[in-house]
Design a protein around this ligand. Structure first.
Ligand SMILES: [Zn+2]
Ligand SMILES: [Zn+2]
Ligand SMILES: [Zn+2]
Length: 255
């Protein structure tokens, strides 16, 4: 076998043995160099021409493109960097979450320490609260007792206003006023209520006894001072009266 090959032979050997590369130029003999082009990145580089010698075993020689290796290394570095970044982020989030859980547990514990046992002044049920001197187990109980106080003070006011006619009842007033609301002129609805357990809850269209001159302004509970009104209309009237009273301040001696 001849020691020196033609460029065509060299081209063929490279093609067969090192298919990732292509011979371009430079072969002058087995001792010199030749220029190979990387098929992956198109870079041309110089390589020892001994690789095309027949004595060389192709399986023993592996050619690496320096450019491709650099790119690969860079990509690997980038990948490792991204992985490390993601890992750092994960650890950070975990630490935050752990801290949050600890804080939540501490908060719960503190709340538990502050919980005191009370007995509801309205329904007698035992309940726990963090509030100092808590009186009622729920809003329902608080509302109920507030309404009762309101009603008591209203009755006291009625007594102060003078004569109270105990013959006045809602059913009688409905008959006298033909079931029409004196404030808006629309029929009242005796079915407009809810029953929440033992609590009666009137809805807006339910009838109510309205005092033409309000009790707070000295109105009496007598047939000539009462008229039928929807609960809603009655409440609206009282609200606007209260607003008026508030804006007038102490000038009005309402009570
Ligand atoms: Zn390459
Ligand atoms: Zn209660
Ligand atoms: Zn009405």
């Amino acid at each position: 076998m001849s020691y020196k090959k033609t460029e065509e032979e060299v081209r063929r050997v490279i093609k067969e043995k090192y298919s990732d590369y292509e011979y371009t130029r430079g072969y002058i003999g087995g001792r010199g160099f030749l220029y190979l082009k990387c098929r992956t990145c198109d870079t041309v580089f110089k390589y020892n021409a001994q690789i095309v010698r027949d004595s060389r075993n192709a399986s023993n020689t592996k050619i690496y493109c320096a450019n491709c290796r650099a790119i690969e290394a860079k990509q690997n570095r980038h990948l490792r960097y991204e992985e490390a970044k993601a890992e750092r982020k994960k650890i950070k989030l975990l630490k935050i979450r752990e801290k949050e859980i600890i804080q939540l547990k501490e908060k719960e514990l503190k709340l538990k320490e502050r919980l005191r046992k009370y007995v509801c002044a309205e329904c007698g049920a035992e309940f726990e609260s963090i509030h100092h001197n808590a009186k009622y187990c729920s809003d329902v109980c608080r509302k109920r007792i507030e309404n009762r106080y309101k009603e008591v003070s209203r009755r006291k006011q009625l007594k102060r206003n003078g004569k109270i006619d105990y013959s006045i009842t809602l059913p009688k007033l409905i008959i006298r006023d033909n079931g029409i609301c004196a404030l808006c002129g629309v029929q009242v609805d005796v079915e407009a209520y809810d029953n929440d357990g033992d609590i009666f809850i009137a809805k807006g269209m339910y009838p109510s006894i309205d005092h033409i001159i309000p009790v707070s302004k000295g109105g009496t509970h007598t047939w000539d001072n009462v008229q039928l009104a929807h609960c809603k209309c009655n409440a609206d009237k009282n609200d606007s009266l209260n607003l008026k009273f508030e804006s007038q301040g102490n000038k009005t001696n309402a009570i």
